[in-house]
Every structure is written in C-alpha cells, then in structure tokens.
Write a protein that binds this ligand. Structure first.
Ligand SMILES: Cc1cc2nc3c(=O)[nH]c(=O)nc-3n(C[C@H](O)[C@H](O)[C@H](O)COP(=O)(O)OP(=O)(O)OC[C@H]3O[C@@H](n4cnc5c(N)ncnc54)[C@H](O)[C@@H]3O)c2cc1C
Ligand code: FES
Length: 304
C-alpha cells in the first residue's frame, strides 16, 4: 500500500472494529445488499453516484473491498461494473457483492480507489456483461481461482451452494498475504489452497492441483485468474477432455464497457469481452488470441 494517511488508517480501523461484524451479519452468504443500500441498475447510462459505506481490507497485500450505498440487485455472479474514480479513470471491476467490489492495487486508478474512505463516492455503471451459467441442484462444481480472480468467483460459490450444488474450490495466490475470501469459499464446501511460495496450503500452482484431480467427477468448472494461469488450465482441460463443461471469466482492456468502442475485441472471434463476456465457454476460446496476446489502451498487441 502506498501513502495511507493517519486519518485513512484510523478510518480503516474504525470501520474494521465497528462495521465489520455488522457487515458480516447484514450480508448473507451470497449476494444480498446490506441494509440501507438502494438499487443501482445503471446498465448503459450515466454512472450512478455511490457512496462508500464500509471498507474492508481483504489481505495484507493491498487488496480491499468497498461497500456502497447502491446495490446491483439483479447482479448474477460474473457480472462486472464500471467504477469511475473521479479525476482519475473509469475501470472494470467484478461484483464481489451486489453492493461491493474487491480490488488489488496495480496502478493509478486502483491506487486512487485505495485512498478512498467511508463517505467518499464513486460513479458506478452496471451490472454489465454476461455472468456465469449457474449450476443446477445436485451438480458438482469445481471453482478454480487465481489471485484477485476470487472476486467474481466467491459469489458464484455462494450462489451454487444456495442452489444445492456441491462446491469444491481450488484457491491459489502468490503467497498467503495475497489470498482472499478463504472463509467465504470454505463456507460453501471443500477448499484446496495453493500458494506459489508455499506460505499457505500446497506449494505450487492451481494447475498442479488440477493435474491431480479427476475432472470427470465435476459437472461444471469455473475459472478466473491471470490469463497465463487460464492458458495452462486450458491445456489441462484439453488433456482431460473437460473443456466443454468449463467457463472462463476473461479480461481485456475496457473503455466503454457496453460493447460500443471495440477496445476489448478478441481476434479472431470478433467478440467483445465486455458485452459478449466477460464469461465465455472455454470451448469458444480455443481458436483465438486467448493465451497468446491481448491489447493495451492504444490497441497495440501485448504478447504473453
Ligand atoms: C471484466 C473485468 C473484471 C475485472 N475485475 C477486477 C476485480 O474484481 N478486481 C481487480 O482488482 N481487478 C479487476 N479487473 C482488472 C482491473 O480493471 C485493473 O486492474 C484496473 O483497471 C487497473 O487500473 P490501474 O489504473 O490501477 O492500473 P494501470 O497501471 O492503468 O493498469 C495495470 C493493468 O491493469 C489492466 N487495466 C488497466 N486499465 C484497464 C481497463 N480499463 N480495463 C481492463 N484492464 C485494465 C491492464 O492489464 C494494465 O496493464 C477486471 C478487469 C476486467 C476486464
Ligand atoms: S470496452 Fe468498449 S466494446 Fe468493450
């Protein structure tokens, strides 16, 4: 984290000590908004002003959830929203709660978001995009999460459990201090933890765990994380003939977030990740730029 002022630190502590328990009690395991939030369904129009009503640090390493006084009541796991940090940028973030987003600090926009405190506000558009296909009652679900990829997957695990599916999660991160939502996932079923450095759970990558799992035991597989991870997950899915039951949540550079500008298009499919995704059936991605390159803000290819 960078340059957090004393006030902000105090604010965080205050919200930690006072609101956290209430927060946990007021949100159910899935997606419900907390009391006092009003509906926010700004799908295409101007951003709705949303006040921050709670702040929760999720991990030692600059990962935080902001809860808003506006909620995306019709959000389904996998939807995202565009968050406008005034004077800085507007960025896509997954809906980790119907009235919350969880992010890690990587650059100017997320850094500015990290500086905001209770009472500050952002602009919100959403819920946007196509969410995950929900499992049916009795189905066996495997969730594969890398790093901040847990943000859209935690509500999916909770919703799947509510539906009556059995949930197993492979939850990976660089190190213990990068792991988020371990408890949320644990409340939905079995969790296999992995960290690159072995500081918690098995040492290694989520792909090491996947290599050892019998994927025929699962009816649906859902994956979100860095694209290099997705690329290696895809190889295993192909080897184990499990591609057809898998969905990936993808990232590309978003500008409009509503299918108009074309900045998030994927070769050679021509799909817009913001509008046709961000969740895709894995089988639709095999013949595309997926795992090879993406484009930066100027449209230039960036190879993996
Ligand atoms: C559908 C979707 C859902 C996402 N959900 C989450 C989430 O729940 N939590 C989270 O922490 N991050 C999420 N991200 C990534 C998040 O949008 C970027 O981390 C953020 O935009 C970085 O902005 P920055 O100014 O802090 O960093 P920058 O230094 O500007 O960028 C760092 C990197 O972030 C990515 N990025 C920057 N701007 C954008 C943009 N407008 N659109 C897409 N990617 C961008 C690029 O890969 C870039 O190299 C999501 C991205 C997408 C596309
Ligand atoms: S971000 Fe504009 S079309 Fe997807």
């Amino acid at each position: 984290m960078t340059g957090k002022s004393n006030n902000q630190a105090n604010q965080t502590n205050r919200t930690d000590q006072t609101n956290r328990t209430d927060q946990t009690n007021r949100t159910d395991q899935t997606n419900q908004c907390i009391e006092g939030s009003s509906p926010c369904n700004s799908k295409t129009g101007f951003p709705m002003n949303a006040k921050i009503i709670d702040v929760k640090d999720e991990a030692a390493n600059n990962k935080r959830t902001l809860f808003f006084d506006k909620s995306f009541e019709n959000a389904s796991p996998g939807h995202f929203c565009m968050v406008w940090i005034r004077g800085v940028d507007e960025i896509p973030l997954g809906c980790s709660y119907t009235n919350g987003v969880t992010f890690q600090v990587v650059g100017p926009a997320t850094q500015a978001l990290f500086q905001l405190k209770v009472g500050d506000s952002v602009g919100l558009r959403g819920p946007l995009g196509n969410p995950f296909t929900l499992p049916e009652k009795g189905e066996r679900v495997l969730i594969v999460s890398g790093g901040i990829g847990a943000a859209p997957l935690a509500p999916l695990a909770e919703k799947s459990k509510d539906i009556g599916a059995s949930v197993t999660t492979v939850l990976g991160a660089r190190s213990e201090s990068d792991l988020i939502f371990e408890e949320r996932f644990a409340e939905t079923g079995d969790v296999i933890l992995t960290t690159d450095d072995g500081s918690k759970g098995k040492k290694g990558f989520v792909t090491d765990v996947l290599n050892g799992l019998d994927l025929t035991k699962f009816d649906k597989i859902y994956v979100c994380g860095p694209e290099l991870m997705l690329k290696f997950v895809m190889k295993i899915l192909i080897d184990k003939q499990a591609v057809s039951k898998t969905e990936f949540s993808m990232e590309r550079y978003f500008k409009c977030g509503i299918g108009v500008c074309g900045s998030c298009c994927m070769d050679t499919l021509g799909v817009r990740v913001c509008k046709d995704g961000p969740v895709f059936k894995a089988e639709t991605l095999t013949d595309s730029e997926f795992g090879k390159y993406h484009r930066d803000a100027s449209g230039k290819r960036v190879h993996y």
